[in-house]
Design a protein around this ligand. Sequence first.
Ligand code: HEM
Length: 577
Amino acid sequence: ILYDSFTGKPVNKTLLKIYETRKNIEICTIEIKPCEPNQWRRVDGSCTNPKYPSRGTHRTPSHRVLAPVFSSDYEPRKAVNGGPLPLARKLRTELLSMGKASERSITQLASYYMIFMFTDLSAIHEVANYIINIETCCIPEGQYDNRCIPLKIPVDDPVHRYSGVRCMNLTRPLSYQTYGCLDNGTTFERMVIQTPLYDLSQTYNPTPGVIDHIRTYKNGLMIEEEEDGQLFPPTDPDSHMCLLNQPPRENRCFKYHINNVMSSNLMNILFYRQHNQIARELYRLNPSWDDERLFYTARDINMAISVQIFFYELLPIIMGKKNMIRDGIIGDGGFRDLYDESVEPRMSDEYVYGLRWFHLIQETDLKLHDKNGHYVRSFPLVNGTTRTGFLAIDNNMQHIIQGSFRQLGGKFDQTIDYDMADRILGGILHSSDVTASDIEKGRYYGLQPYVNYKEFCTKKKYRSFADLEDSFSFESLNRLMKVYKDPRDIDLIAGLWGEKYVKGGKIPETLYCLLVEQLKRTVQSDRHWYERHNRPRAFTEEQLKAIRQVTIAGTLCYIGDFVTEIQPRAFYAISNE
Ligand code: HEM
């Protein structure tokens, strides 16, 4: 049955005709085979909830915690006084300090895993749009191009007052309207490419049909290519997506996976390899199993590992373990069944957007180490985006992994690393400021002001800056008062940047609340959630126990190149304890 990606309902003939004329059937619809009650989790995410078969597939519309707000024509909302909101770049330079500071006990690996888990939910098609498709937003050619939303740089900018750069290329978010699945003039709905579930979309690729190119259809294995004794997912020698590869030595480029930020690429290679390791082990133990069973069992275990590490090892460090137990995000061992078939699998825009706050914790100066733990050299992380070929040469992958659990991560504070602030896209764009993009994009997604989200979370009213005194330090609130005339003008991410952290955790109170809001839905809406005892082909008690014992350290021992020594809790730094 052909379903409409936006409404989630079977497509009728009239609509099909419209899509045919617009030549966008492939994007606006998805074909789904009837759901079978005992089937494995499908790669394309369909039938996650049989009541809504097409919800959970890629291109499922997002959930909105608060209804979107725009001015006319889906342009950003205005300030309370009717004027434009302050320039995004101005806000960034006024609200965030630039510099470098390390956490005392959290490693770089935490940020690698964080970005890896975020790429399970999002994709870089919006970035590709402004680095590959539309490069003209800052030149006269792009001046009247409606697709362009360039970041303007004020003349007194602390960095660019000297450089002469007055504009950074940026394009509008991609929506159902962009692809012609909804008519112009209807409410903006962002088009998200991955499935709205934690199901390793980045490893298995939910785009219909792609998995057939990745699987060998033998013994549950996926295709691996060997280079220099290391195993990689298939490469495309003709791809132009690896913009920063330095040929002839660096020519590997994913064919069926996203060529992304380097840390995410690296984790993805590891989980890809892990699938095959698990499949081989399963085959050794169960030589009578067919390919289908081996593939889906290996995938099921691989997904469970990725989520177990995220929910039970990484997020508790960030959100506070007691908070997460209190709010029902994690259990205290054993099976858990929170599935509720009335809840549609959807990801909230605010959740994915809120994860951008983690741009503040990213240390970009990578310290590469060899397998004996000796420092080798530094490498700027931002020079590695889309540079998949770099990971295949000179033991780089091994050295980055070895460094990831030895180097301290960036501090969770209101300071942004220099490269994140001004050179986020390495050599791909001359100047690029991810945090200014974060502000600008929030406005084009129609996110409501920060205080409305705070109100949603605390049920209190925030009408004046004085109402915010309990949630900000004197200095952070002062910074906000300097740039915003009214607290109802404050952009969501700008509020998060300065807000005090949730008790027992390391993230802003309102971000914590938005993460909880989504993570609950994630567990409730997923029939295949690994902790359920009555999901199709559920783990036995003993099997779940084994998954519960998995750690990021154990995973790196299992699949990381030459990881023979590692601290047991590798998101924490090596200590004498
Ligand atoms: C803790 C690590 C990180 C996390 C959790 C994170 C998270 C995110 C999220 C959630 C988005 C929005 C995606 C969307 O809405 O579809 C985003 C956008 C982006 N991130 Fe990160 N990120 C991290 C580190 C990095 C690093 C290291 C780089 C580059 C080296 C990077 C570059 C970008 C870029 C270029 C965008 C798009 C900006 C835009 O067009 O608005 N991020 N990131």
